[in-house]
Design a protein around this ligand. Structure first.
Ligand SMILES: O=P(O)(O)OP(=O)(O)OP(=O)(O)OC[C@H]1O[C@@H](n2cnc3c(O)ncnc32)[C@H](O)[C@@H]1O
Ligand SMILES: [Mg+2]
Length: 200
C-alpha cells in the first residue's frame, strides 16, 4: 500500500482526515508519528504555506506528503485572521484565546459574514514539479455565543444560517460532507484519479 505522510500536528484535522481518507488505499502516517516537528508557515497565502508544510514533511520522511493550510476569514476584518488563524492571539495561543480575540474584534460590526479556507497540497517527493493543489471555501457567519462540542478551533462560533446550527453542533460526518476540508479532499482525490487513469 502506498505510504503518505500527513503534514499536520493538529489533532482536529488529523481526526477529520482519518475519517475522510478511510475508504482510500493509502497507509496514512501523521508526521508526529515519525517525530517530524511543525514546519515554518511564513507566507501570505494558504497555498504557499501548505506547500511548505508538505515539502518539510516529505524532506524529513522521504515519503509522499499531504498538507493542509486552513483558516477563517472574517469579511468585516478584511479577511483576518486568515493565514494567521492558528496564532491570531499569539504564537502559543489556544483556540479559546483565538476565538475570544475574534469575537472582540467583531464587536460593533454588523457584517458577521466569514468563510473557512482550506488549501491542500499533495506531493510525491520534495522536488515534485507537479504538486496537486486544491483550495476551497465554506461560507458562514461568526456568532458571539459559543455553541456545540464537536469539531475544533473556531467551530463553536461558525454559524451556518441554512442549518441554524454552528459547525460544532454538527456530527463529524455532517461536517465532513460540507466543510472546506471535505470539499478540498474530495476534489484532490478526483484529480489524483484522473492522473492514475492517464497513467501519470
Ligand atoms: O499547521 P498544522 O500542523 O496543520 O496545524 P495548525 O492548527 O497550525 O493549522 P493551520 O496552520 O492550518 O491553522 C489553521 C487554523 O484555522 C483553524 N481551522 C482550520 N480549519 C478549521 C475547522 O475545520 N474548524 C475550526 N477551525 C479551523 C484552526 O483551529 C487553526 O487555528
Ligand atoms: Mg499551522
Amino acid at each position: 500500500m502506498k505510504k503518505l505522510v500527513l503534514a499536520s500536528n493538529n489533532a482536529g484535522k488529523l481526526r477529520e482526515f482519518s475519517e475522510l481518507l478511510a475508504p482510500v488505499h493509502f497507509e496514512i502516517i501523521p508526521q508526529g508519528a515519525l517525530g517530524i516537528p511543525e514546519a515554518e508557515e511564513p507566507y501570505a497565502t494558504f497555498v504557499e504555506n501548505a506547500l511548505a508544510k508538505a515539502r518539510h514533511a516529505s524532506s524529513a520522511s522521504g515519503l509522499p506528503a499531504l498538507a493542509d493550510d486552513s483558516g477563517i476569514c472574517a469579511h468585516a476584518l478584511q479577511g483576518a485572521p486568515g493565514v494567521l488563524s492558528a496564532r491570531y492571539a499569539g504564537i502559543e495561543a489556544n483556540s479559546a484565546a483565538n476565538n475570544q480575540k475574534l469575537i472582540s474584534a467583531l464587536q460593533g460590526k454588523s457584517d458577521r459574514g466569514a468563510h473557512y479556507v482550506c488549501a491542500l497540497v499533495m506531493i510525491n517527493s520534495v522536488d515534485d514539479p507537479e504538486p496537486v493543489i486544491v483550495q476551497t471555501r465554506w461560507y458562514g457567519q461568526i456568532q458571539d455565543l459559543a455553541q456545540g462540542s464537536h469539531g475544533f478551533g473556531y467551530d463553536p462560533h461558525f454559524f451556518l444560517p441554512e442549518l441554524g446550527l454552528t459547525v460544532a453542533q454538527l456530527e463529524p460526518e455532517r461536517k465532513n460532507a460540507l466543510s472546506h476540508r471535505g470539499q478540498a479532499l474530495r476534489e484532490l482525490l478526483i484529480q489524483l484519479s484522473h492522473r492514475t487513469k492517464l497513467g501519470a
